[in-house]
Design a binder for this molecule. Sequence first.
Ligand SMILES: *Cc1c(COP(=O)(O)O)cnc(C)c1O
Length: 404
Amino acid sequence: MRNEKEIRDLFPLLDIKVNDRPLIYLDNAATTQKSKEVISEIEKFYSLENSNIHRGVHHLSQLSTDNFEKSRITVQNFINAEHNHEIIFTKGTTESINLLASCYREILKKDDEIIISEMEHHSNIVPWQICCQNTGAKLKIIPFDEHGNLDLETFKNLLNTNTKLVAITHISNSLGTINPIEEIIKLSHEKNAKVLIDGAQSAAHVKIDVQNLDADFYCFSAHKLFGPTGVGVLYGKEELLNLLPPYQGGGEMIKEVDFEKTTFAPLPFKFEAGTPNICGVVAFKKAIELIQRIGIDNIKEYEDKLLSYATEKLTKIGGLKIYGQAKLKSAIISFNIEGIHHYDLGLILDKMGIAIRTGHHCTQPVMKKFKIAGTARISFAYYNTFNEIDKCIDAIEKAKKMLL
Ligand SMILES: *Cc1c(COP(=O)(O)O)cnc(C)c1O
């Protein structure tokens, strides 16, 4: 059973006031708040353990190396990767995708094809556009319907033997759609295409098992699952990561440097040039452990209840339209109210201490599809409550009266 006080107490920031009102934080798809355990781990690291990793023989260096590598194993178990060296630490989902796109820039040829979808975050569009511009490869787009479901029939027609990679979001950050990635991966593999899953919106909300999914690459950001900013993960199957050229050159990623020829370090270090966000990676472990302690299925079940409760209440507000009504949805709701600019709504809610997102959510093609400039978006985490939803609905009603 979810103990509301216990979970709320774990996140100190939830207790603050904004504009003299108790904060109601409903912008979790942008970033989640950090747990006490994560915050105290950061303090502990810099107070007692700070040192560079994989370099020194001295006590502190060994200690931070151990802690850094323990986090890698925690991530490995969290997503059920076969090997811990299949976990590459990056600074976030954006860098994970750019890492892969920069590798593909070296190996793609003219006439090769990459498939993405119309609902991707810009960070899963632009790197592939750049990659295609540089290689002459073609970028193909899977459209979605008016409810926010991907058009799998079109996808099947787009797939062919030239398809080298399918890069697709697990959960849409603006529509909330949970995409059928099992099926997408299976169909792609039938044509020998590899698959990257952008899991930025899923890691804190649904179970991820990369072996069961047979995902070739999977990425996510620590800051969207109660962890620190500046830490991300790129998972890749060992044999595929070994085939890819290195990403950045520098310290840590080499075996031997010579002006004639440099050889590269084995996985995962080949992709981890330079000093990483050591403290962030170490503290990230505490965030994952919290999720494991609560149980991701319990999180999903509770957030599903928040989603249906909020959806039902929002639907009753006159003139309110929800964008994204897929059958399988995560706890993200994008909407607009007729005659009201989403930005004005966001400003008034902020005056009442309620944090929501407004704008295009880094998904301009989604907005273009609906012929809108942006939406208001509320997105939940496990620490949100039904009471917060009630207050948010009241605030929206009030804002509506003020603005119309
Ligand atoms: C947030 C997000 C990203 C980008 O993540 P960063 O942490 O900003 O690098 C990519 N894709 C989706 C679906 C996202 O929600």
